[in-house]
Design a protein around this ligand. Structure first.
Ligand code: SAM
Length: 275
């Protein structure tokens, strides 16, 4: 940092930002201590003080080994979803498939699928990815992130879950990963206010008899088996009150091995269902 920057950090802290966020914004908007950037920095600080998530203001954020471009068209990828990627890599290693075929349902920014492609590439494994979202806005962000990281073995499909997937993929997918919407509409108001800045369609699912906010997980778990190879794996993120519902749904869908893992905070979070 140049001499001017500590003063700006102090100014932003005095305006109400935390030290960490103030430093982040100063480093992002004033990398060279350029005085002309001060206006942009102050506008960014005001957006943050008005409650907008830092990730949207900065416009990019780390996710595993990627630096993902982000804006309000997509969910901000969460640390627990980084854990899901780790679980998926372990499951793929167990399968031992040389060139896995992967589908990411509800890809948003592309976080899960692109991180998998990147980390598999680092291990010398050439995977292919179908990134699915019903939101064209989300697909545009995911495409930008694929280009940014030179991940070319990806096709992007606008679809409601499996509805518009190419039928020739049936029975040929090694891994389906998904972090679908799983918050109930009534729950949303009681959760972190940051969520109000994210697309509602990325967060909220309808309640079902099985659980609150479960409608999307119910469809995905019920239909995934038809698309997987014989020893294919489905890995889904879910809400911490949905463990019983996901395990029952996976049993009912005929998966042979069903486990549900906690995240690092000790909350029920990741379904792993293997045929
Ligand atoms: C919780 S966000 C997850 C985004 C990203 N995978 C991540 O983990 O950061 C859920 C995503 O599912 C998409 N989505 C919602 N309903 C969908 C549907 N019926 N079919 C396909 N995608 C859907 C949303 O547009 C959103 O991008």
């Amino acid at each position: 940092m140049t001499d001017v920057n500590p003063l700006l950090v102090t100014e932003l802290i005095a305006a109400g930002l935390s030290r960490r966020e103030a430093r982040w914004l100063v480093e992002e908007f004033m990398p060279g201590g350029d005085h002309e950037a001060i206006g942009a920095l102050r506008r960014a600080a005001q957006r943050r003080l008005d409650g907008e998530p830092l990730q949207y203001i900065i416009g990019h954020w780390p996710f595993r080994s990627l630096d993902l471009d982000l804006d309000a068209r997509v969910l901000i990828p969460r640390p627990e979803t980084e854990e899901l990627v780790g679980v998926a890599l372990v499951e793929l290693a167990k399968s031992g498939v040389a060139a896995p075929s992967i589908v990411d349902l509800g890809c948003g920014s592309g976080a899960i699928g692109l991180a998998l492609l990147q980390e598999l590439r680092e291990r010398g494994i050439r995977a292919t990815l179908v990134a699915v979202d019903e939101s064209l806005d989300a697909l545009a962000v995911a495409k930008r992130n694929a280009l940014k990281h030179q991940l070319h073995a990806v096709s992007f499909v606008q679809s409601s879950w499996f509805d518009s997937l190419d039928g020739s993929l049936r029975g040929h997918i090694d891994l389906i990963v998904s972090n679908p919407p799983y918050v109930g509409a009534d729950e949303l108001a009681s959760l972190d206010p940051v969520l109000r800045h994210e697309p509602r369609g990325a967060l909220v699912a309808e309640d079902t008899q099985a659980a609150i906010g479960f409608s999307d997980l119910e469809v995905i778990i019920a239909e995934a088996g038809r698309w997987l190879t014989e020893d294919g794996v489905l890995i889904c993120e879910h809400g911490d009150m949905q463990r019983e519902a996901v395990m029952r749904a996976a049993d009912a869908a005929g998966f042979d091995v069903v486990v549900d893992l906690d995240d690092m905070a000790g909350r029920a979070r990741i379904l792993v269902a293997r045929r």
